[in-house]
Design a binder for this molecule. Structure first.
Ligand code: C5P
Length: 224
């Protein structure tokens, strides 16, 4: 059985991948399935947590007992997460958030023309994880005691992970090596969890539930 070490704790988890609309029928998206975020939600519930799951375009059944908020775009995900973290103890950003979105969304379907289409102009999305860290540093509102993120890297996993952890100002960063059929859309995952205090925990390849439990072990240790 699992420990009830998250009993009475409120956790917010983002999952899935955002879609950035081009027109009413088209979007820029990514390959995130939501499996890792949902595994985090199920395991947190099993350990006694109260869970709010902010789900971006996930085709999976709601975990029993979680409050599920469905969103589509990065801006919607940002609004839902910022509202949900009020009074929360932990936030884990497992969602793949688009770094860019089309500057304008066409109100009607873009028509096929004889000539090549116009370029799609992109603008930056806010970095929600970095914003959560900044808000906590500013101390204007009570913020989660533990802020965690995920990062997919293809090379220099540790160096890139360390730099990202510092840049985003989070407590834990779960760094995935992507490629070789790992991570996206598969039941298995492997990662290195880096912590702001210099710690490192290697999670060998295994079910996403096992990775989730190790993340909650590290979170629970920080909550004390
Ligand atoms: O910078 P990168 O996209 O690799 O960072 C990944 C982490 O940052 C994930 O935890 C993701 O949820 C979060 N993120 C975010 N807002 C963005 C981009 C990523 O919160 N615009």
């Amino acid at each position: 059985g699992r420990p009830a070490d998250l009993a009475g704790r409120r956790v917010v988890i983002s999952a899935g991948g955002t879609r950035e609309a081009i027109d009413p029928v088209r979007f820029i998206g990514n390959r995130s399935s939501g499996l890792q975020g949902y595994a985090l939600a199920r395991t947190a519930l099993a350990r006694g947590a109260e869970v709010t799951l902010v789900a971006a375009n996930v085709a999976l059944p709601d975990p029993a007992g979680a409050e599920v908020i469905r969103v589509e775009s990065a801006l919607e995900l940002r609004a839902a997460v910022l509202e949900a973290v009020e009074g929360a103890d932990v936030v884990v950003m497992a969602a793949a958030v688009a770094d860019f979105r089309p500057a304008a969304r066409s109100g009607s379907k873009i028509k096929k023309t004889a000539a090549d289409p116009d370029a799609i102009h992109l603008v930056k999305n806010p970095d929600i994880l970095a914003e959560l860290g900044e808000r906590r540093r500013e101390g204007l509102k009570p913020s989660p005691a533990v802020i965690a993120g995920f990062a997919a890297e293809t090379d220099d996993v540790l160096a890139n992970g360390r730099a990202k952890l510092a840049r985003k100002g989070c407590d834990l960063l779960v760094v995935n090596q992507v490629g070789e059929n790992l991570a996206f859309g598969t039941p298995d995952n492997a990662a290195v969890v880096l912590s702001a205090d210099g710690g490192r925990t290697d999670i060998p390849r295994g079910p996403k539930e096992a990775l989730a439990d190790t993340v909650w072990d590290l979170v629970a240790a920080r909550l004390g």
